[in-house]
Design a protein around this ligand. Structure first.
Ligand code: FAD
Ligand code: EPU
Length: 349
């Protein structure tokens, strides 16, 4: 394992903002991760697991140990009807999708080009273009930080829902995901329910053709973090009550909503856009001019610029639509994870 003190986190997260941490450990084995948590050297320090840093914002210098997940390895086994994959947590998700397509295995094509590690995918149950991680998950392996044993949860036990799972709830801060198990049918069942895919249904007759279109749409809509720092959708799409949706629909008939088990999901990007905020800037942080749900670092953004812009958006949407936006991006202060309102309240004290 590689250990360094006083490291700039800029290359380790996709917002591209300079931010130091006390110690950075690059872990290549499960033993490295266990050692980072058990060693007397760091026992009292806060610790943070990091994959590719594509869903995080460091709001202050991190006064603890950042452990980067570099666990590598994939195995493929075939059984009647299905492929079973065991993927180590540090494997790159988009490369994994490409690899399965090269093997002629379908099932992950809708999830192409989502940045991050395979081991991070279950945490918020990554999703795009009609498919979520839960649809392909067989199990998740994790290191239990109470007894340092590796344990397994079935997909059902992970309690997956929209951008949520047991890893953000009951097992929050209690485990490190070490591997994921995927199960993919040998009989390809494309999911073309998402509008732009359905529109090209006739041309989408292989997993690769679906992946190519998904990548094309994503490249046209989402800024590339290598060019302009960002963490994908900044807020979650809010789920509101039927009553609230009906009220909004009367005032804004052009608004769309999608039925879920717990209410109606509406598009946060649409709400932000209709507040006239595309291109709106605070310091170096900007609402992306083409995709209102993505906040970008134009090159000079500080974490405070991003937080102030996020707060302005949240207030604007609340005032105009009565809808409370919740950030999808995870915020880390000097010692722990926190939320937008808490961080801003504390900074004003
Ligand atoms: P990180 O950002 O490194 O970590 C995320 C959180 O998980 C942190 O709280 C971290 O502490 C914790 N964590 C990381 N690894 C572990 C582990 N092994 N064990 C326990 N906790 C851990 N998401 C979608 O769902 N759909 C999309 O379409 C999508 N598009 C995106 C597009 C862009 C351009 C970007 C930048 C992001 C996008 N995202 C999307 C968000 C992001 O890709 C996912 O959240 C991804 O799963 C994050 O993976 P990561 O390895 O970068 O996690
Ligand atoms: N819209 C606008 N203006 C905008 C952006 C969007 O009016 O500036 C409208 C669109 O026209 C569309 C609706 O909002 O009617 C939804 O937009 P889109 O299909 O682009 O999806 P999204 O809600 O912006 C979600 C996910 C993405 C995922 C895509 C594709 C969330 C928070 N975001 O984005 O995930 O890739 O759908 O499935 O659920 C991420 O989580 O980081 C992420 C990028």
């Amino acid at each position: 394992m590689n250990v360094n003190d006083n490291v700039n986190l800029k290359p380790f997260h996709t917002f591209g903002i300079d931010m130091p941490c006390d110690t950075l450990i690059e872990a290549t084995t499960i033993e490295d991760i266990a050692q980072a948590f058990q060693s007397m050297e760091w026992i009292r320090k806060p610790k943070l697991l990091l994959g590719k840093g594509s869903n995080v914002l460091f709001t202050e210098p991190y006064q603890g140990v950042v452990i980067v997940n570099h666990l590598q390895g994939k195995t493929l086994t075939e059984k009647e009807g299905h492929y079973h994959l065991n993927i180590s947590g540090g494997e790159d998700w988009p490369s994994l999708v490409d690899w399965t397509l090269e093997q002629g295995i379908g099932g992950l094509e809708n999830l192409a080009l989502i940045p991050g590690c395979a081991g991070s995918a279950p945490i918020q149950n990554i999703g795009a273009y009609g498919v979520e991680f839960k649809d392909v998950c067989e199990y998740v392996d994790y290191l239990d930080l109470a007894d340092f044993k590796v344990k397994r949860l079935s997909a059902a036990e992970c309690c997956f829902s929209y951008r949520d799972s047991i890893f953000k709830q009951a097992l929050y801060n209690k485990v490190v995901i070490t591997a994921v198990g995927l199960v993919l049918s040998k009989e390809w069942c494309p999911n073309l329910s998402y509008g732009p895919l359905a529109a090209h249904k006739d041309l989408l007759n292989t997993p690769k053709s679906v992946s190519d279109l998904v990548c094309e749409i994503r490249r046209s809509k989402l800024p590339d973090p290598a060019v302009m720092g960002n963490a994908g959708s900044f807020f979650k799409n809010p789920i509101i009550s039927h009553e609230h949706y009906q009220q909004l629909k009367i005032a804004h008939p052009e608004m769309s909503g999608y039925e879920t088990e717990v209410g109606v999901k509406i598009a946060a990007g649409w709400l932000i856009d209709r507040c006239g905020l595309k291109g709106h800037q605070v310091g170096g942080a900007q609402v992306h001019p083409q995709q209102a749900l993505v906040l970008v670092n134009t090159g000079t953004a500080s974490a405070k610029d991003v937080l102030d812009l996020a707060w302005f958006i949240k207030q604007s949407v609340k005032t105009k639509y009565g809808v409370e936006l919740e950030h999808e991006v995870r915020f880390f202060t000097a010692t722990e994870e926190s939320k937008l309102d808490v961080i801003l309240q504390e900074s004003e004290r």
